[in-house]
Write a protein that binds this ligand. Sequence first.
Ligand code: DAH
Length: 324
Amino acid sequence: MDSQLALLQDEVREAIARIAHAESLELFRVTYLGKKGKLTLQMQRLKDLAPEERRAFGADVNRLKNEVQQAFDAKTAEISRPNASRDSVDHTLPGLRPPVGRLHPITQTIREISAIFGRLGFESVTGPEIETEFHNFTALNIPPDHASRDDVDTFYTESGHLLRTQTSTVQVRVMKSRKPPLRVIAPGRVYRPDTVDASHSFMFHQIEGLMVDGETTFAELKGTLYLFLKEFFGPKTKVRFRPHFFPFTEPSVEVDISWGSRGWLEILGAGSVNPRVFDAAGYDSKRVQGFAFGLGVERIAMLRHGIDDIRHFYENDLRFLEQF
Ligand code: DAH
């Protein structure tokens, strides 16, 4: 055997016998079998040898290479095999606790609100986020020249659909597909071209509420919202109704709650369903009455938990999420 090759043979046999763990296995592979490994370099000597030497050298180097590869494979298998007889496992150590997932604070808030309304007989329903102008605007008594319809005021698709700006769309969808009486809430995402900051996001969540029956008074709206707000924020919560305007309700209010030193905080919009909405949805506005309300989930969750920046909800930072 060629003397260089004979030296390498001794070296490599010794080296493989010494391997005890995965790291040295990899080091061995690079040193001997890799692209620039010692065995590979020997193979490359082949072309420089005289033709009469080539045959014997070629056979030797190939045999060595196979031997080393086999030994290497066997070592790899040995090292990766869990071996109870080796005391590498300490059975007395405590186990690793797997991380346990939990519901996102927005999901928790939606579920909590839905549960309260559920006890008042409101069923939870959903509608699509990609909507028609009819459901988002026209049916809700928002005329074509209304400013909120501006192209720049929401996200339109090329087919003329849009990302809904409010969950009030679901009012119309539910009324088109069901007969009165109705008691539903509709949680979901809405989209607005708002510049993102601590209190604004281009996407956030709302919960819409709708009750329709033969006679449904404003007093029932007030009673329902009182019950909900005191249940959610605590029995001492003070509630205030302020006149406001929404196209789809008449009369309309904004509802505030007292919030310690911060005074009154607006918490939701509501009102008696505008008869025009009933007409657009195919209900007989002479025979039914109803009330509707809409609230922002992020805002309520922020108040409830003292969260100061809406962006925390969407960053998926475990340090934030694990607090809920
Ligand atoms: N859709 C309104 C908004 O996005 C919220 C709202 C106000 C919903 C009054 C209602 C309502 O159902 O009656 O600002």
